[in-house]
Design a protein around this ligand. Structure first.
Ligand SMILES: NC(=O)c1ccc[n+]([C@@H]2O[C@H](COP(=O)([O-])OP(=O)(O)OC[C@H]3O[C@@H](n4cnc5c(N)ncnc54)[C@H](OP(=O)(O)O)[C@@H]3O)[C@@H](O)[C@H]2O)c1
Length: 326
């Protein structure tokens, strides 16, 4: 029997994105939900090979090689540990976990089991964001000076996201962590952060609804991330800005285009395939399993993203900059 199926744990929103990508890549899928009926409905919709009303029973299916953990943040550690105990590799949705202690338990368990732990940081696999990384590596903008990532809009959260204990925080640990990752990946490791939040506007949200953080990156680059769920009226089209000594780059946050303007010359690149990077992410997960080498966006990288988020939260609480160790 081929052991090549991926088990999707939790049939919610992101599970659909993974299921669509896996179907396009021909990866067999097993669906697990707390509600067997929902697992069956997903299996029907995405042509899964099995459906279970128990996560552990699904992980024990002999056809499974790996799992994609698509559950709320407070479940990531337990679900990943169950996967490793069952001998499966795990792609865990971002954030890796809510605390560094949880992340360390996941990293230790993956190491002991000899299994891959990847974090679902799909921004890393978006063609537009990879194009930016390539431009920076080629020094196309000249030496980099500043990276600004702005992701602001209005969204009322529901369900588990309202609980800061289930989510581990508010905006930044959820959607915002993608921009923290891009900041590190493009600009270099974060050495110091200072964060501020305006008074809360979304009263039912346990964590912060808006946050801006200023970061000192290695090599002297200055980073800025502004992330908000409580900013009505801003345009849906938003982009990240990279400034170098010779010119600037603008990357659409949704990955549809990158514009550069270097010494007066404007270049536009448009991206249409796998714009959100879900297919490449799954391909890289599969390659890591097959080769036994850590993937990009591995558990260590996911832990570092979380460390920056938690440093920003500490900065909010202590009202002062927070240094991060190298
Ligand atoms: N990479 C991205 O762009 C992206 C985008 C959105 C979300 N995410 C991440 O993906 C994960 C899931 O987010 P989501 O938006 O898909 O959430 P969601 O729609 O609420 O789905 C989460 C699923 O987890 C399962 N679950 C298990 N225990 C639960 C509990 N106590 N309360 C609620 N649900 C529970 C549920 O599935 P069953 O009932 O079927 O078991 C639920 O449908 C999070 O880590 C999130 O940060 C990533």
């Amino acid at each position: 029997m081929a052991r090549d199926a991926f088990v999707i744990l939790g049939c919610g929103w992101i599970a659909r994105r993974h299921a669509e990508a896996a179907r396009r890549l021909g990866i067999p899928l097993i669906f697990a939900s707390r509600d067997e009926g929902r697992a069956r409905a997903y299996a029907r919709e995405f042509r899964g090979i099995a459906a279970f009303g128990s996560y552990r029973a699904a992980l024990a299916d002999p056809r499974a090689v790996a799992t994609i953990v698509c559950t709320p943040h407070d479940r990531h550690v337990a679900d990943a540990l169950d996967a490793f105990a069952a001998g499966r590799h795990a792609l865990v949705e971002k954030p890796i976990a809510r605390t560094l202690d949880e992340a360390d338990r996941m990293l230790d368990a993956a190491r002991s089991a000899g299994r891959v732990l990847m974090v679902g940081e799909n921004f890393r696999f978006m063609p537009a964001f990879r194009h930016v990384r390539a431009l920076l590596s080629a020094k196309a903008l000249g030496p980099l000076r500043e990276v600004h990532l702005v992701a602001r809009g209005f969204r009322r959260q529901t369900g588990w996201r309202l609980s800061s204990s289930a989510a581990g925080g508010g905006a930044l640990i959820d959607g915002g962590i993608h921009y923290v990752h891009a900041l590190r990946w493009w600009g270099g490791e974060v050495r110091r952060v200072f964060a501020l939040s305006p008074p809360r506007m979304l009263a039912d949200l346990g964590g912060e609804d808006s946050i801006s953080l200023l970061a000192a990156l290695e090599g002297g680059v200055v980073g800025f991330v502004s992330n908000s769920l409580a900013t009505p009226g801003v345009p849906k089209l938003q982009w990240a800005t990279l400034t170098g000594e010779r010119g600037a780059g603008f990357a659409d946050n949704r990955g549809r285009f990158v514009v550069t303007r270097v010494e007066g010359r404007v270049r536009v690149r448009v991206f249409r395939r796998d714009v959100r990077g879900h297919e490449l992410q799954l391909r890289r997960f599969r390659e890591a399993i097959d080769s036994g080498t850590p993937p990009e966006s591995d558990g260590v990288s996911g832990r570092r993203d979380l460390e920056v988020v938690l440093a920003a939260y500490r900065s909010l609480a202590e009202r002062q900059p927070v240094d991060l160790e190298g």
